[in-house]
Design a protein around this ligand. Structure first.
Ligand code: NAP
Length: 298
C-alpha cells in the first residue's frame, strides 16, 4: 500500500462521517497506527481508535499473554498513536487458553486504572471464545468475523452480548473482497496479499481469508446473492447493509483501501433496511452453499 493513498482513504472516511477506526500494532509493524496518528493531527473531528495487542509475540503462545508483554506492546501503541491513553485495546486473536487466564484480564484492568487504556476488548476466531470472553465483566467489545458467509455469531452469541451490553465489531465484512462481487475466477493477488499466501491457512487461521470459504464456492454463492441486491445498491453495499440489519452489531469494519471504496462502503449505512425476502434469500444461500464449510468451525 502507498501511504498517500491510505491517508486519502482515511480522510475520505472522516469526510463520510466515520468516527471509529480499527487497527493493530502489527499492521505494517506500527505503520498503520502512525498513519492514523497523522490523520488525527490533520483533522479536528473526534476519532475513536481501536488497536490490538498480542500478535507481536513470537512464538504466538498463551504464555506470552502476560502483564509484562502486553504492557510493553501497549506502550509502543501509545507512542505510535501519539496518545497518552488508548481508546480501545483488543487482545489480537489469542490462543483459546488465554480466555482461561484471568490474570491477563486483571492486568488489563490495572492498565485501565493506570490511565494507559480507556477500554479493552477481544478479537476472536471462534464463537466459543467470544462467549468465554464476555464472562469477564470489563470486556467491552468483541471483534468477530460476521458476514453473509459467516452467520453463526448471530445465533447464541449476539443475544448474550446484547444482554451484557458488549459491543460487537463485525470484521472481514466483505469476506476479503469476495462479497464485493468484483472478484473473478482469474483474479490475481500479489505475493504479499493474504488472499494469495494464506488461501489454505499457511500463515494464520484460514478463516481470515475469504472467511474460510473455498474460493470457487464463494464466487458461485456471490452470483446467487447478486440476484437479491435491490436496485441502487452495489453488492458490497448489500453485504454491509445485511450486517447492519442485526441490532447487536455496533459497527462493521470493512477494509477500504482507496477513497472510492471507502465512499461506497460508508454509503451503505444510510441505506434503507433490506426487505425480508433478501434476508431470507441470504439465509437460504448460506444454508445450501456455505454452511457445511464454516458453520461448526468458527
Ligand atoms: N484478527 C483480527 O483481529 C483481524 C483480522 C482481519 C481483519 N481485521 C480487521 O477487519 C478489517 C476488515 O478486514 P479485511 O480488510 O481483511 O476484509 P474485508 O473488509 O472483508 O475485505 C476488504 C477487501 O475488500 C476489498 N474491498 C473493500 N471495499 C471494497 C469495495 N467497495 N468494492 C470492492 N472491493 C472492496 C479490498 O481489496 P481489493 O480492492 O484489493 O480487492 C479490501 O482489501 C481490517 O481492516 C481489520 O481492521 C481484524
Amino acid at each position: 500500500m502507498d501511504d498517500t493513498e491510505s491517508l486519502a482513504a482515511l480522510h475520505k472516511a472522516i469526510d463520510c462521517g466515520v468516527n471509529f477506526i480499527d487497527t493493530a500494532d502489527v499492521y505494517g509493524t506500527g505503520r498503520s497506527e502512525r498513519l492514523i496518528a497523522q490523520l488525527k493531527r490533520e483533522r479536528k473531528e473526534q476519532i475513536v481508535v481501536a488497536t490490538k495487542a498480542g500478535r507481536r509475540l513470537s512464538p504466538h503462545t498463551a504464555d506470552g499473554y502476560n502483564a509484562a508483554n502486553i504492557t510493553g506492546f501497549i506502550e509502543d501503541s501509545r507512542r505510535n498513536l501519539s496518545t497518552g491513553c488508548l481508546d480501545l485495546v483488543q487482545l489480537h486473536c489469542p490462543p483459546t487458553d488465554v480466555y482461561y487466564q484471568p490474570e491477563m484480564f486483571d492486568a488489563l484492568d490495572r492498565l485501565v486504572k493506570a490511565g494507559r487504556i480507556r477500554y479493552y476488548g477481544v478479537s476472536v476466531e471462534r464463537v466459543e471464545e467470544a462467549l468465554k470472553a464476555i464472562e469477564y465483566p470489563n470486556v467491552q467489545s468483541v471483534q468477530i468475523i460476521f458476514n453473509c458467509f459467516r452467520q453463526r455469531p448471530a445465533e447464541l452469541f449476539f443475544e448474550q452480548a446484547k444482554k451484557k451490553k458488549v459491543g460487537i465489531l463485525a470484521r472481514v465484512p466483505l469476506a476479503s473482497g469476495l462479497l464485493s462481487g468484483r472478484l473473478k475466477r482469474d483474479s490475481q493477488f500479489a505475493a504479499d496479499d493474504h488472499r494469495q499466501f494464506n488461501r489454505r491457512g499457511e500463515q494464520f487461521d484460514v478463516g481470515e481469508t475469504f472467511s474460510g470459504v473455498d474460493y470457487e464456492t464463494g464466487l458461485a454463492a456471490v452470483e446467487e446473492i447478486r440476484k437479491l441486491v435491490p436496485e441502487g445498491l452495489t453488492v458490497a453495499q448489500f453485504a454491509l447493509r445485511w450486517i447492519l440489519m442485526f441490532d447487536a452489531v455496533t459497527c462493521a469494519i470493512p477494509g477500504g483501501k482507496r477513497p472510492a471504496q471507502v465512499e461506497e462502503n460508508c454509503a451503505a449505512s444510510a441505506m434503507e433496511p433490506l426487505p425480508d425476502s433478501a434476508m431470507e434469500g441470504v439465509r437460504r444461500i448460506y444454508e445450501a452453499k456455505i454452511r457445511g464449510q464454516v458453520h461448526q468451525r468458527w
